[in-house]
Design a protein around this ligand. Structure first.
Ligand code: KIV
Ligand code: ZN
Length: 505
């Protein structure tokens, strides 16, 4: 048996509900394209009624995506379903996903409705959505904590009303694999019309069991899994897409199922989501962590050299994992640079390429070895979507344990150069004060992190900042072999992002 398991990606909806993960319209579209390249079957693009911005983003994704179904979420309320229907109207293939809680806790405390009222609302809403589109999914929210007999009744009724997918959420991540798998088996055995719909699962990771629960559900007949890239999502997150897909692929002997996902695109999509949300992927994260395919111990390395399968259950290239092979150096030309980027799946237009090449040359002058990861860091985010309204010309810092750190900073905008000397609690603080003063911006630094892109003392440092500027929070990045320069670049990138958005409005 080799059944297909449909991959329903909700990075843009549940993933975006992760505290601090909001993305703008361009960023969401960029992720949607990455999901389409991955070959996910369904992209849940947002919750259109929640804001005008979300409505526009879902509509934008629906307009551009051709290969995946584009889905909009709605509560069992007419105005929600209208908004979802309007947002996905332009899609080549669209879906409306309606949800309503069925657990006693939610009925009593949140919805203040009895079971019969809930049943009626669910049926009416599915019928209402069905008038707009054929493809309707229904989720009994908090299904895993709902009374089973009531759950069966609701599922049967919504299928009779036209739902083509029924999703069984473990909304609060309370279930455990043996129990959740049994729930799916029980639904199969107790809902008489269940064969008319696809059973979907949607698991949260509060107990770290989202992936295990989803796989247990697949073993018991679920044929759609809802998940997110890097497992981002509400609270502890959702089931991680890359883990589900690679578990089904690697252990097809157990699951007897496959997906339509082009696994070689996984690493790239993971990096993109991490960049745009500012959520750093831990090095030990399965499938996409920097250490996921690195072997440190001598015994393991020896085994690997003799026969890869001694310590490797998946090939890194199957998930598009980049090695740290030396690729380019100081003497490499623009053509070699362009070809290498193309091999990494990065296509730039001529002006983006010019900017990226200039950055590469700067880096190659400072750093002996330039790795694939360095190239990606140079290119991604820095040259896309953002006009470099303010650029860094120069900076000089003095700091020490017994002195107040000082910076002399030079920036450029529209051909004019500006200089400022500032001091602060540390060199980064001094730098950000100088940038604020020159650009006349009052940025509030909400988050700051630094990571090395590759190994070694001369490694590229990548600074990620979350900055609030005039009620808008943006995530931005800066890379350099000098961490103060990377910090300045990241902060300027945030300011440029806000200014570019203003100019393009
Ligand atoms: O976790 C949940 O129950 C949800 C539903 C909207 C499917 O995200
Ligand atoms: Zn959820």
């Amino acid at each position: 048996m080799n059944d297909k398991v449909l991959i329903f990606d909700t990075t843009l909806r549940d993933g975006e509900q992760a505290p601090g993960a909001s993305m703008n319209q361009n960023e969401k579209l960029e992720i949607a394209f990455a999901l389409e390249r991955l070959g996910v079957d369904i992209i849940e693009a947002g919750f259109p009624v929640s804001s005008q911005g979300d409505f526009n983003s879902v509509k934008n994704v629906a307009k551009h995506i051709k290969d995946s179904i584009v889905c909009g979420l709605a509560r069992c309320i007419k105005k929600d379903i209208d908004a979802a229907g309007d947002a996905i109207k332009v899609a080549k293939r669209g879906r409306i996903h309606v949800f309503l809680a069925t657990s006693k806790i939610h009925l009593e405390h949140k919805l203040k409705k009895n079971k019969e009222e809930i049943l009626q609302m669910a049926v009416d809403s599915v019928k209402y959505a069905k008038n707009k589109i054929d493809d309707v999914e229904f989720s009994p929210e908090d299904a895993s904590r709902s009374e089973k007999d009531f759950l069966y009744r609701v599922i049967k009724a919504v299928i009779d009303a036209g739902a083509t997918t029924v999703n069984i959420p473990d909304t609060v991540g309370y279930s455990v694999p043996i129990e959740y798998g049994q729930l799916i088996a029980d639904i199969k055995n107790n809902v008489p019309n269940i064969n008319k719909a696809i059973i979907s699962v949607h698991c949260h990771d509060d107990l770290g069991l989202a992936v295990a629960n989803s796989l247990s559900a697949v073993r018991n007949g679920a044929r759609q899994v809802e998940c997110t890239i890097n497992g981002i999502g509400e609270r502890a997150g959702n089931a991680s897409m890359e883990e589900i897909v690679m578990a089904l692929k690697t252990r097809s002997d157990i699951y007897g199922c496959s997906t339509n996902v082009n696994t070689q695109e996984i690493s790239k999509a993971s990096r993109l989501v991490s960049k745009l949300t500012g959520f750093v992927v831990p090095p030990n994260k399965a499938i996409v962590g920097a250490n996921a395919f690195r072997h440190e111990s001598g015994i393991h390395q020896d085994g690997m050299l003799k026969e890869r399968s001694t310590y490797e259950i998946m090939r890194p290239e199957d998930v598009g994992f980049l090695g740290t092979g030396l690729v380019l150096g100081k003497h490499s030309g623009r053509h070699a640079f362009k070809v290498r980027l193309k091999n990494l799946g990065i296509d730039l237009n001529e002006s983006q390429l010019d900017k990226a090449f200039e950055r590469f040359k700067g880096l190659a002058d400072k750093k002996k070895q330039v790795y694939d990861e360095d190239l990606i860091a140079i290119v991604e985010d820095q040259v896309k979507f953002v006009q470099n309204i303010w650029t860094l010309v120069d900076l000089k810092t003095t700091s020490g344990m017994k002195m107040t750190p000082k910076i002399e900073l030079t920036l450029k905008a529209k051909g004019k150069t500006y200089k400022k000397i500032s001091s602060g609690d540390g060199p980064v603080d001094a730098c950000y004060r100088a940038i604020d003063a020159i650009t006349k911006t009052k940025g509030e630094l909400l988050d700051y992190s630094i990571q090395s892109v590759t190994r070694g003392k001369d490694a590229f440092g990548e600074v990620t900042v979350k900055v609030k500027i005039k009620d808008k929070s943006v995530i931005a990045h800066g890379t350099s072999t000098d961490i103060i320069v990377a910090s300045a670049e990241a902060y300027l990138n945030a300011i440029n992002k806000v200014l570019s958005q203003k100019e393009s409005n």
